[in-house]
Ligand binder design. Structure first.
Ligand SMILES: Cc1cc2nc3c(=O)[nH]c(=O)nc-3n(C[C@H](O)[C@H](O)[C@H](O)COP(=O)(O)OP(=O)(O)OC[C@H]3O[C@@H](n4cnc5c(N)ncnc54)[C@H](O)[C@@H]3O)c2cc1C
Length: 597
């Protein structure tokens, strides 16, 4: 397990509190452990930082609130006008995460995610223009850039004189990012020649600074990250893509034809580009999560007003149970997503290095939560919801992308399950070695064995386990007991899956999806619980509501987790698989009442 180290770019502002434990909270669940110290108490944003963030959010409100009709028009046109992008520059929104020494605002991950939540209340494309620049376009420079590279580029990126884009995807390489074909060849003078084409690049047509990934096939590794300028000879971009949603966010192809890059354009180490790409995506996920939460908050406001104002059968539709249930669920989803996103932001801001599983969880949960929320908000508005004159259909279209880009939710579910199973598997392997080691090196051998055996014993008996329920307010104890129980069940199920499939577990997607889903519910649920406990102990005026949300989430999660775990053993997977093969073979649904079959 990794230890926390101070991040390369220490944030100027962040949550107060510090992490006590070095392990990943999500991966520890696979061992039957709830890392209480990493989850409780829920972190809070220090007052001084709250004041800064409020000022930024107020300025955003002042600037974007009156632009609803512009956003609608730009959605039709599929383009943000240059003057609008200039206003984003003038407001400093391209410098959010760039340290103050380079002219940026130096926001922490927590602060940055909160700002994107604010812009997403108005228009997702605005969030994306800013977000693709910060979360992925320039993040590689912040994480891996040399001092000289930072000095050179960050001041221009902070003002937005240079807008940044992240160029990984190609026509033959989407989820399988390691299979890119763009190629960079080293020249005798140590410069590089880059050839290739990237597709669907956000900000591709307005960026001056590209983080580009290309094959280099050296002994050090297959892929390298490069800094490329839009005005380097041989760089060009295609026209705007015509998209379903986030239509005014700039998306296009970016091509590189024999682009000559000096040696100092390598970002990070030669051959380590895949690590650079994955680190950027992991670190950037709270931006996407923050945006989703902002959208949900807006939808809750719209739906509440609509439910109270719209009358049918002589009553406000807010009186009808099926409408009430939708609104309550929106609040559960929003609070849960928010609790998890800002917990992960806290991990990143604290210099934690092992947060990729938690970041993937928040991306999956928040992206699906906003899609559920927009679906239900549109349903409450019904006919109005379907009309372009109202905001619902645009938010529904805009939020659809969130489960596709920055890692599809399928790939991330696999990642969540496999990253936890890997650590557990390594432990099992260690245990095997330890058993043979007992004869050669008894002290070391028994040491490893007792660590793992201890975990297994506490999992089986409950003795010595972290009992988070003991330190929580009474109203939250039943929820805590659910997480304690299902953490044990996840550990037992993971252990059983590893024993059954061994390395072959990587191909067992039906099982991995279930294990991933249980992990998502556990981690998000624990974040929700921690936040409700924090609000209770600070006697927050809405603590009652937070406890109700935490209790509801836990009960819903319990039902979901119980089903997922049961289905690991009792399922229709074989029939599902056979049916899929038949459909693929026929290439269509063969049934048609017209032919009486
Ligand atoms: C609007 C927009 C903006 C984008 N911006 C950028 C950007 O700025 N920079 C950039 O580099 N890229 C960008 N992308 C690309 C985006 O990241 C990819 O679309 C995404 O990674 C998925 O790749 P794909 O579309 O090729 O799908 P594929 O990889 O072809 O996947 C198709 C389907 O198969 C599933 N699948 C694939 N492999 C597996 C597997 N092993 N197990 C289970 N299921 C699997 C996927 O989950 C998906 O459902 C953008 C895309 C869009 C649409």
């Amino acid at each position: 397990m990794t230890t926390y180290a101070k991040a390369a770019t220490a944030p100027q502002r962040g949550f107060s509190g510090s992490l006590q434990r070095s392990e990943s909270a999500a991966k520890s669940l696979f061992f039957g452990e709830i890392l209480e110290d990493n989850l409780f108490p829920y972190p809070v944003i220090p007052e001084a930082d709250q004041a800064t963030l409020r000022a930024i959010c107020d300025a955003i409100d002042g600037f974007l609130a009156g632009k609803a009709s512009d956003f609608k028009r730009w959605d039709v046109d599929g383009e943000q006008p240059g003057e609008f992008i200039q206003s984003l520059r003038d407001m400093g929104l391209f410098g959010l995460i760039i340290p103050e020494q380079y002219g940026g605002l130096g926001l922490s991950n927590a602060g940055y995610a909160r700002v994107l939540a604010q812009t997403s209340r108005y228009d997702s494309s605005v969030s994306l223009t800013i977000g693709a620049h910060s979360s992925i376009g320039l993040k590689g420079l912040l994480l891996f850039g040399s001092d000289a590279q930072k000095q050179h580029y960050l001041p221009k990126l902070a003002t937005g004189e240079l807008i940044a884009a992240f160029c990984l995807t190609e026509s033959g390489s989407g989820s399988d990012a390691a299979s890119i074909r763009s190629k960079a060849t080293r020249n005798p003078d140590n410069s590089w020649s880059l050839d290739g084409e990237k597709i669907w690049i956000t900000n591709g047509g307005i960026a001056g600074f590209y983080t580009v990934f290309a094959r280099t096939d050296t002994d050090a590794g297959k892929m390298t990250a490069f800094i490329v300028h839009a005005d380097d000879a041989g760089v060009s971009h295609g026209p705007h893509e015509d998209k379903m949603g986030i239509r005014s966010s700039n998306t296009c192809t970016v091509s590189f034809e024999n682009v000559r890059l000096p040696a100092d354009r390598v970002l990070g180490e030669v051959g380590k580009g895949f690590k650079v790409a994955m680190s950027i995506l992991n670190n950037g996920r709270t931006g996407l999560g923050g945006g989703a939460v902002g959208g949900m908050r807006k939808l809750i406001e719209l739906s509440s007003a609509q439910a109270l104002e719209r009358k049918q059968f002589g009553r406000a539709i807010a009186e009808f149970g099926m409408v009430r249930k939708k609104i309550a669920q929106m609040q559960v989803d929003c609070f849960a997503a928010e609790s998890a996103v800002w917990m992960v932001a806290f991990y990143i801001d604290s210099g934690c290095e092992d947060y990729s599983t938690e970041a993937a969880i928040t991306k999956v949960f928040a992206s699906e939560a906003i899609q559920r929320t927009s679906h239900e908000a549109l349903q409450i508005a019904a006919g109005n919801g379907f009309m372009k004159a109202y905001p619902y259909e645009k938010i529904t279209r805009d939020s659809r992308i969130l489960s596709i880009f920055e890692g599809t939710n399928e790939i991330l579910r696999l990642y969540i399950a496999l990253s936890g199973l890997k650590d557990l598997g390594d432990s099992l392997k260690e245990m095997k070695l330890a058993i043979s080691d007992i004869f050669n090196n008894p002290i070391k051998g028994f040491g490893v064995l007792s660590g793992y055996a201890g975990r297994r014993l506490s999992g089986a008996t409950g003795i010595g386990q972290d009992r988070i329920s003991q330190s929580l307010p009474n109203a939250l104890k039943p929820a805590a007991l659910i997480y304690e129980r299902y953490t044990n069940e996840l550990a037992a199920a993971s252990d059983a899956a590893l024993r059954k499939y061994g390395k072959g577990i990587a191909e067992q997607q039906y099982a991995l999806e279930r294990i991933g889903n249980v992990t998502i519910d556990l981690f998000v649920g624990l974040c929700t619980l921690a936040r409700a406990a924090m609000l209770t102990s600070s006697a927050d005026s809405n603590a009652d509501m937070a406890r109700t949300i935490a209790q509801l989430f836990a009960k819903q999660a319990k039902r979901r987790m119980s089903r997922q775990l049961r289905q690991l053993s009792f399922n229709e997977d074989a029939a599902t698989d056979t049916l899929c093969s038949s459909v693929l073979e026929q290439g269509k649904s063969v049934f048609d009442v017209l032919n009486n079959h």
